[in-house]
Design a protein around this ligand. Structure first.
Ligand code: ADP
Ligand code: ADP
Length: 224
């Protein structure tokens, strides 16, 4: 497999986690989702978790310096030597610049930034019905992707819950944060000819198919 460093970009609820899980299985690359990493840190009560929790509960972004260290360590680790998938990072321009610097340092490059495009009104529907498992953050939706047995994770049998930050008020704030702080990255990566847009408002299988096709072209380019 070619060396492929991918970034999944998109508003909260656009399907980054849903698509990231599939992509990770297809490509067998390590998958670093900063939201999952931070929620695990909160559950474990680490210093980072304690610092991040209040921001996450409000739907604000955690400070750049907290999250940059977390990711820098992972992309430089041996398991990422053949590539990696980032979900939810970078989310601000300073994070994108820090990522560039870190990758330069270890002589790596971004292969592509995949923007999963979904309009705000669809985001509200998706996040309002999202349920996640308490064991491993496996993702469901009450209408669009229900579990076989109500309230129970198909994969590990743990209980399904609504994330604290999927409350309506907090969803609104997360969308504001996205448009203010994260959306400028679209332009940033477009200027570097790294951005690929995928229409994320379709069914999960269709979105996955577009992403697969895109990654196949990238792998071919890498091989040539
Ligand atoms: P979603 O998948 O709905 O977009 P995530 O699970 O990725 O949400 O993130 C949940 C929360 O974790 C964010 O609202 C934010 O508080 C924090 N977070 C995750 N990634 C970052 C990041 N790169 N920078 C700052 N905060 C982050
Ligand atoms: P993100 O990681 O970007 O926040 P998720 O993958 O957690 O997004 O998806 C948010 C919610 O929307 C989940 O409840 C998920 O089951 C649902 N979902 C994901 N992709 C789609 C899709 N293409 N159509 C309808 N619902 C979807």
């Amino acid at each position: 497999m070619a060396h492929l460093n991918l970034i999944l970009l998109g508003p909260p609820g656009s399907g980054k986690g849903t698509q990231g899980e599939r992509l990770q299985e297809d490509l067998e690359l390590p998958y670093y989702a900063t939201g999952d990493i931070l929620r695990a840190a909160v559950r474990e009560g680490t210093a980072i978790g304690l610092e991040a929790k209040e921001y996450m509960d409000r739907g604000d972004l955690v400070p750049d310096e907290v999250i940059i260290g977390v990711i820098a360590e992972r992309i430089a680790s041996p398991e990422a030597a053949h590539g990696f998938i980032l979900d939810g990072f970078p989310r601000t321009l300073p994070q994108a610049e820090a990522l560039e610097e870190k990758l330069d340092e270890i002589s790596l490059q971004i292969g592509a930034v995949i923007l999963i495009d979904v309009p705000d009104e669809e985001i509200v529907r998706r996040l309002g019905g999202r349920r996640v498992c308490t064991e491993a953050d496996h993702v469901y939706h009450v209408d669009f992707n229900p579990p076989e047995k109500e309230g129970i994770c198909d994969i590990d049998g743990s209980e399904l819950v609504t994330r604290d930050d999927d409350a309506p008020e907090t969803i609104r704030n997360r969308l504001v944060q996205y448009h203010e702080k994260t959306a400028p990255l679209v332009d940033f990566y477009e200027k570097q000819a790294l951005l690929d847009r995928v229409d994320g408002a379709r069914a999960p299988d269709e979105v996955a198919e577009s992403i697969r096709a895109l990654v196949a072209t990238l792998s071919l380019e890498e091989d040539n």
